[in-house]
Design a binder for this molecule. Structure first.
Ligand code: AR6
Length: 167
């Protein structure tokens, strides 16, 4: 679907965060702005206990003032031309977010298009990875019943639709 992920009424929305977990621009900024200071406070506790979040990993906080009950924070890869394991790291960001949703017994999860804004991952390469990783996850046993991609732009909608059709 096309929309603003901060308005999603789901068990968890996923944040395209950075390793520092202190907020930023893009969807990260929108989530912290909409969710209020509680999310940042929880991120800082996580940071103080386990250090910076490596790309491809995920952590979870409450949703603060958002409709979503939780925010899963993951870090996608910065696009460096494609030879630095970017594709596997992007798949891992989706997979680890879904693994965490399963650990928390969550049923509905909504994702933005991770890494395709400030981190520069080309949409036509990122969309098939997102769709394929989600589909593979849904084929296995887990609490997750519905995965939504909540996309901001027309370009993202086109590429995700193409990836769905190809699947
Ligand atoms: N709802 C849904 N999608 C959105 C929203 C929104 N409210 N806002 C932006 N997008 P980006 P990245 C889309 O840059 O590439 C941050 O500063 C946007 O159009 O948010 O993973 C972090 O702190 C794009 O398609 O994330 C990191 O430093 C997609 O979300 C860095 O940017 C991702 O764009 C992460 O970069």
């Amino acid at each position: 679907m096309r929309g603003d992920i901060t308005a999603q009424d789901v068990d968890a929305i996923v944040n395209a965060a950075n390793s520092g977990l202190r907020g930023g621009s893009g969807v990260d900024g929108a989530i912290h702005k909409g969710g209020g200071p509680q999310i940042l406070e929880e991120c800082i506790v996580i940071l103080n206990t386990q250090g910076k979040l490596p790309p491809g990993q995920a952590v979870i906080t409450s949703g603060g003032n958002l409709k979503a009950r939780h925010v899963i924070h993951t870090v996608g890869p910065i696009w460096r031309g494609g030879a630095s394991n970017e594709e596997e790291t992007l798949a891992s960001a989706y997979r680890e977010s879904l693994n965490l949703a399963n650990q928390y017994d969550l049923k509905t999860v909504s994702f933005p298009s991770i890494s395709t804004g400030a981190y520069g991952f080309p949409l036509d390469k990122a969309a098939p990875i997102a769709i394929k990783t989600a589909a593979e996850f849904l084929r296995g046993e887990s609490s997750v019943q519905e995965i939504t991609f909540c996309l901001f732009g027309v370009d993202a909608m086109d590429e995700f639709q193409k990836a769905m059709d190809a699947l």
